[in-house]
Design a binder for this molecule. Structure first.
Ligand code: ATP
Ligand code: MG
Length: 151
């Protein structure tokens, strides 16, 4: 459906701000023109909710979480960056497998399904997802999606 991706991201981020977590600082930046894109709202909601939920869950109170949305012609890059516990290098390629959890989660609860669902949603939308992370420093998930315009 036609959707302004920037407004949609803003809306999801605002609902996290208001309802869920005054404990973290959420920063949103966008660059480009997001009018007249065709997007699947449900897939986008899964992607953003899971990535933001993880960023919050795996980072300390008061931590900064930064969401960047960049339009690059035929592509859109959506990244979510946190200053949390990070992910050990040897685990980074396994995160998208159902039920996988990294060995540094300690007592943080989870089932290990969120990222498997995110990867499915990203691929269903014709995109890709990658992760950059350093233990103790933070994590960035980078989602690249094709930008399809409404004719
Ligand atoms: P849930 O199914 O409730 O989302 P989960 O958060 O454990 O459970 P995923 O969202 O699939 O599952 O994430 C898989 C694993 O990847 C997590 O258990 C954690 O080890 C790691 N992980 C994901 N996001 C982050 C992050 N932002 N910072 C650090 N580790 C992360
Ligand atoms: Mg999760």
């Amino acid at each position: 459906i036609p959707l302004n991706l920037k407004e949609f991201c803003q809306y999801i981020i605002d609902s996290f701000r208001i309802n869920l977590i005054p404990s973290h600082q959420l920063i949103f930046n966008s660059q480009g023109n997001f009018e007249q894109g065709l997007w699947d709202e449900n897939l986008l909601r899964h992607i953003l909710n899971n990535l933001l939920g993880n960023a919050i869950k795996y980072s300390p109170e008061g931590g900064k979480i930064r969401v960047d949305l960049i339009e690059k012609g035929e592509r859109v890059i959506l990244s979510v960056e946190d200053q949390g516990i990070g992910i050990p290098l040897e685990d980074q390629q396994k995160l998208f497998k159902p039920f996988f959890r990294a060995n540094n989660v300690e007592n943080i609860a989870g089932t290990g399904l969120g990222l498997a669902i995110v990867q499915r949603c990203v691929e269903t939308h014709g995109g890709q997802i990658e992760v950059k992370s350093q233990v103790g420093e933070g994590t960035t998930f980078i989602v690249t999606l094709p930008f399809i315009w409404e004719e």
